[in-house]
Design a protein. Structure first.
Lengths: 352, 68, 247
């Protein structure tokens, strides 16, 4: 059996094993242990570790590293990620890949230290200016996080896009058995900034914006078509399909199992990529399904919008979509089951 | 010729005219393609000291040195 | 016998600056130093946000456009990945001393082995001449149309003094100007010293340059030069504030 390791340490080590050799960041609860771990680990693998003076500065340091073709990453939480938005938009404009780990803490502004999923819209839509997109991946366990971190770097290199590992306080802080793959060695990307000017670089003020716009849209459409990831069970005969990601998704797995044993025909879809949203998962759902239920750790319901948008593209566009928004904390199976019964009994109104 | 002048680059700022130790630089009567009256260098007065090259913000001058 | 002087090959298209602007001189001096050091194909320039943002199209060397004020942070990332490459952050007083003050100070504080060149024209030029951290007392700008009132806005910032005074380990700090042939000659030496400090891995180097801004100062180029020579150098003295030997 593998060792019990703390989530934040898993995220850090997974990035190292994936070949990342540059980290710049700033401490913020509940992500700080990522940086503390790397303050010695980076040295051991001959990488660069910088504790910068702010989240915004560390993200700009990452601009320099990403521009230099080095596999690089940072980690923060919610309000710290807010400070990084300007640089995230800039990195998108420059077609530079990187990984940003967002260990979400619930709330607006300074927020709280509670686990939550209140950054869904911000991370999938982007908080910086312009119409860029990032890959957003959300693990439900530490072993899955290890896989997704390596995959996120590869996606970034393939599409010249940034990736966000969108997780939450509880996963960062908890411990569970987790192993790691062998250490990977990654070469610097070609044609990057290294002083030699081997590749022409045109200033933002002089670039051909129209053809770039067409290319960007085509690239994002390609990513949407090819990179959706999800897990689902019991959807082909389900009367109700629960949709939840991350740790809420983990609760839903057990909830569906229990409800099935009690005779309820429920299934679940657990999105793994939040961008691109796994629209294809919905194609497998029983066409006679009675409704979809979004289960989220926020106040207003955010992912529920994406479920509705997905359904609009299909023949299921008039199916009701409910939302169980539990504010903060990982919802218990008991709570979800109780609310499911209410929905089934018609005691709760749908959102869409 | 001691100094080559790229007249299309001159913006008539006057810095070279003011700094030339031999007063060898003046504004042309003609208007250049960019709409300015570019500078001209009187080769007889010019000593090739290079101060115009040094002070010009628009990279107008080339001092030819011994090749001139 | 006259010495041949030709603008470096790495400077290509003309930059569309205002007549008499100092940027053209500073850019040329940096390019001359890079050429003399043989570093044309081993240099990276970070171009900040300001009038000089337009110069990317005129430079035949490796470069990146950085967000407003963040040049020192971006250069930190580039230098850590390319330790033997000459990395230069080109910024204005607005870019480096207001929005970028955190990044600018922190690069010096960490003694990052980069060179920062700040072009100080006592206003935010590109956006039409607003007050900046280095606007002089009584100076009229579009956000201080009655003249800067230092009682409510503070005294102008002396960034090189701050750095040289606060961080004893930095490699080299100087302030120059583009306003007389002698000043241009000295400024080139300061830039060369800064680059040599970087190449010798001695630490952080900074050169601030007092530059005329005729358009926003509402002056002719020659009047703007006089303003620097007669007024600004009293408050912003020229010279080396920290030399490579004072360690």
């Amino acid at each position: 059996m593998e060792d019990m390791i703390k989530g934040n340490h898993v995220f850090a080590e997974a990035a190292i094993r994936a070949g990342a050799r540059f980290y710049a960041g700033y401490p913020i609860t509940p992500s700080t242990e990522i940086m503390e771990y790397l303050s010695t680990r980076m040295d051991e693998v001959g990488g660069v570790f910088i504790q910068a003076e702010s989240e915004q500065s560390s993200m700009n340091i990452l601009v320099g590293a990403a521009a230099s073709g080095v596999r690089c990453f940072t980690a923060s939480s919610s309000v710290g990620m807010t400070l990084k938005q300007e640089a995230i938009s800039h990195l998108a404009d420059e077609d530079l890949p990187y990984l940003a780990i967002n260990v979400v803490r619930y709330g607006n502004g300074l927020g709280t230290l509670l686990s939550g999923q209140s950054d869904y819209h911000r991370d999938t839509r982007g908080g910086g200016s312009g119409d860029y997109r990032n890959f957003v991946l959300s693990p439900y366990s530490l072993p899955e996080a290890v896989e997704l971190i390596s995959h996120a770097f590869d996606l970034g290199d393939k599409y010249r896009m940034g990736a966000i590992l969108h997780t939450e306080a509880s996963l960062g802080q908890m411990m569970e058995p987790c192993g790691f793959p062998e250490m990977k060695t990654v070469e610097r990307r070609e044609g990057c900034i290294d002083g030699t000017f081997s590749k022409e670089r045109i200033s933002p003020l002089y670039r051909d914006r129209y053809s770039e716009a067409l290319e960007m849209k085509e690239r994002y459409d390609r990513a949407k078509e090819n990179e959706q990831m999800w897990k689902s069970e019991h959807v082909d005969d389900a009367e109700y399909v629960m949709v939840a990601y991350g740790l809420a998704g983990r609760s839903v797995i057990g909830t569906v199992e229990q409800l099935r044993k009690e005779g309820h025909k429920v299934g679940y879809i657990r999105p793994i990529t939040l961008w691109p949203y796994p629209e294809k998962a919905f194609e497998e759902v029983n066409p006679d399904v009675k409704g979809f239920i979004s289960i989220e750790e926020n106040a207003t319901g955010q992912m529920v919008d994406d479920i509705a948008l997905t359904l609009k593209k299909s023949d299921m566009r008039s199916k009701p979509v409910y939302c169980l928004a539990y504010a903060y904390g990982v919802p218990t199976m008991k709570k979800i089951k109780a609310d499911f019964i209410k929905i089934k009994n018609g005691e709760m109104k749908e959102v869409y | 010729m001691k100094v080559k002048v790229r007249q299309e680059r001159c913006k008539e700022c006057g810095i070279c005219v003011a700094n030339c130790p031999k007063k060898a630089i003046s504004f042309s009567k003609e208007i250049s393609v960019t709409g300015y009256r570019p500078v001209v260098v009187d080769d007889d007065l010019c000593i090739g000291c290079g101060i115009c090259y040094k002070m010009c913000p628009d990279w107008v001058f080339e001092i030819l040195g011994d090749r001139g | 016998m006259a010495v041949a002087k030709k603008v470096p090959e790495i400077l290509t298209n003309q930059i569309s600056y205002c007549p008499g602007c100092g940027h053209g001189v500073v850019v040329r001096l940096i390019a001359e130093c890079i050429e003399e050091l043989g570093m044309e194909r081993n240099s990276v320039w970070s171009i900040g946000v300001g009038c000089y943002s337009l110069m990317g199209a005129s430079l035949d060397l490796d470069k990146i456009d950085s967000l407003h004020g963040r040049g020192a942070a971006v250069c930190t990332g580039i230098k850590r990945c390319n330790p033997d490459t000459l990395v230069v952050s080109y910024q204005g007083d607005g870019d480096a001393y207001s929005i970028g003050i955190g990044e600018s100070v922190s690069a010096a504080y960490r003694n990052e082995n980069i060179t920062v060149i700040t072009v100080n024209n006592t206003n935010y030029g590109m956006t039409g001449g607003q007050m900046s951290a280095t606007t002089m007392p009584g100076q009229r700008t579009t956000t201080s149309p009655l003249g800067r009132d230092c009682e409510t806005t503070g005294m102008p910032m002396k960034f090189p003094e701050m750095i040289a005074g606060s961080f004893p380990d930095v490699a080299y700090v100087a302030r120059g100007a583009t306003t007389t042939p002698a000043n241009v000659t000295k400024l080139k030496k300061y830039i060369m010293n800064a680059f040599k400090a970087q190449m010798g891995k001695e630490g952080y180097s900074l050169v601030e340059v007092l530059s005329p801004c005729p358009t926003n100062w509402k002056m002719t180029p020659l009047q703007a030069i006089d303003r620097i020579n007669n007024e600004l150098v009293d408050y912003y003295p020229l010279g080396e504030l920290k030399t490579r030997e004072d360690k």
